[in-house]
Write a protein that binds this ligand. Structure first.
Ligand SMILES: [Zn+2]
Length: 476
């Protein structure tokens, strides 16, 4: 949908109605705007522009930016960049203190309610996935749903041990055949050799009189109906294509060094080795601000007593490592947004409290004002006025590509299919101990992960070398 349409659409709207949103059981729900995306893509800037246009206030959702000081390594916005927009949960926590996601969740929700109470719009901005999800969804739903819900209760249930003993005389194959007769859906899910899972599914039917697959389906349905969102949400995913973003991230590291990052790192190192501080001795790079990218990468450089040429080498290596870590981090952020956050948001679209997701393309910074700022402001105004939202895929080609094929829910326990990897499986004559070995993967995700694994690649190479003809035939 071209931008002029929003402009036209908005012009026809006279003064905004109050910021009250959908009414559920008599209580008024207020809206929340959230901005996420990889590091270095311009989230903080967009948050400020939106806040200025919509009378909003910004709440930080970056796990490193909650800490006080160290402006350069944490990439915090400075006073003048804030342009008088109030910022919350930004630089409040002492660097040596461990600030938990639970604390963040409570603090952020309190701030959101407070801002809404002032009749203003809260804008949550950050790239720390567990921070964003803890605020948007109740009970950190994503991680809970991502797990197979039948896994958690296997192994510690005393009834299962009794059932196991009763069936001890049966072979794996016999048990599986039994499951295939009574609950074919679960039999399709488990491999016959997965004795514990097969037994568990049989035991569920035995003790409850209802099939295991039926239990799963019902619990999925219940979750489908459940309100998962805390607030009616407008989520912006600020995106830049990977090659462009990587260049931008590299040059950002260089700029951080110019601005005096090493002084900050040395200062942090000093502060962390102060024995009076709590938490210091615990895992060096895994708590508090020490997890910031850069601290671990330059650790050798900052502590070396070597001469200047070796120091220079360590510095160069640190720069390379920091750039690589930043790129890896941004890649992880994108895959979390695509595979966890977006499916979870999509699953709210048929409920009464919804999360609308829009992609903004920040690849070409010369188009920022038209492609990012203005589009975001227009959409946010539509959201704030409680008008029908535009179609997210119509926003840009990038949006269409990124938003197509988003799974509707991350939890599809019954849709799982087992995959047999014919490359890694071995027949009796192929294997060294004369025993056939089948490699089964549970579900598409596990299968895709397996196809990328070192072991699978190694086996592919080996097969090509050992059985070139056979492999060729297979491909035909
Ligand atoms: Zn394989």
């Amino acid at each position: 949908m071209p931008i002029f349409f929003y402009r036209y659409f908005m012009r026809s709207e006279t003064p905004s109605p109050p910021k009250q949103r959908e009414t559920i059981f008599g209580c008024v729900k207020f809206g929340l705007i959230a901005i996420t995306g990889t590091t270095g893509v311009g989230k903080s800037q967009l948050a400020i522009e939106l806040a200025r246009a919509l009378n909003g206030e910004v709440i930080n959702a970056d796990a490193m930016q909650v800490y006080r000081g160290y402006e350069i390594i944490t990439n915090k916005v400075n006073r003048s960049e804030m342009q008088d927009v109030p910022h919350h949960l930004l630089g409040d926590v002492e660097p040596h203190r461990e600030y938990t996601v639970h604390e963040f969740e409570q603090d952020a929700i309190a701030k959101i309610t407070e801002i809404q109470g002032r009749g203003r719009i809260p804008i949550l901005v950050g790239g720390t996935n567990y921070y964003i999800q803890s605020v948007i969804f109740r009970k950190a739903l994503i991680s809970k749903n991502a797990r197979n819900l039948t896994d958690s209760d296997v192994g510690c249930d005393p009834r299962l041990h009794a059932f196991e003993e009763q069936n001890a005389h049966k072979s794996n194959q016999e048990l599986w055949e039994e499951l295939k007769q009574t609950d074919p859906i679960m039999a399709e899910k488990w491999h016959a050799n997965n004795r514990r899972k097969v037994l568990r599914s049989l035991e569920v039917l035995h003790t409850s009189g209802k099939r295991h697959s039926e239990w799963i389906r019902e619990s999925n349905q219940a979750r489908e109906q459940e309100e998962t969102l805390r607030f009616s949400t407008l989520l912006f995913w600020l995106y830049a294509d990977t090659p462009t973003l990587n260049q931008r991230l590299d040059s950002r590291v260089d700029k951080m060094i110019e601005r005096g990052m090493f002084d900050e790192l040395a200062q942090l190192k000093n502060q962390m080795s102060d024995p009076d501080k709590e938490n210091v001795s615990r895992g060096e790079f895994t708590s508090g601000l020490m997890q910031a990218i850069g601290f671990r990468e330059f650790s050798d450089y900052l502590t070396t007593t070597k001469d200047s040429s070796e120091r220079e080498q360590l510095k160069t290596k640190g720069i390379d490592d920091m750039k690589a870590s930043t790129r890896r981090y941004s890649k992880r952020q994108v895959s979390w947004i695509r595979n966890k956050l977006l499916p979870e948001c999509k699953s709210t679209l048929h409920k009464s409290i919804r999360a609308h997701t829009f992609v903004l393309d920040a690849t070409d910074l010369s188009l920022w004002n038209t492609d990012v700022r203005d589009k975001a402001i227009d959409i946010a105004k539509i959201f704030d006025s409680n008008l029908p939202m535009p179609e997210p895929t119509s926003l840009s080609e990038t949006a269409r590509t990124l938003l197509t094929d988003i799974k509707s829910s991350p939890n599809s326990a019954l849709a799982w299919k087992r995959h047999l990897c014919t490359v890694c499986s071995k027949s009796a004559e192929e294997s060294s101990n004369g025993v056939a070995r089948e490699v089964w993967l549970n579900g598409d995700d596990e299968y895709q992960q397996h196809l990328r694994s070192r072991q699978h690649k190694k086996n592919t190479k080996y097969r090509k070398r050992m059985y070139p003809l056979q492999e060729k035939k297979k491909r035909i």
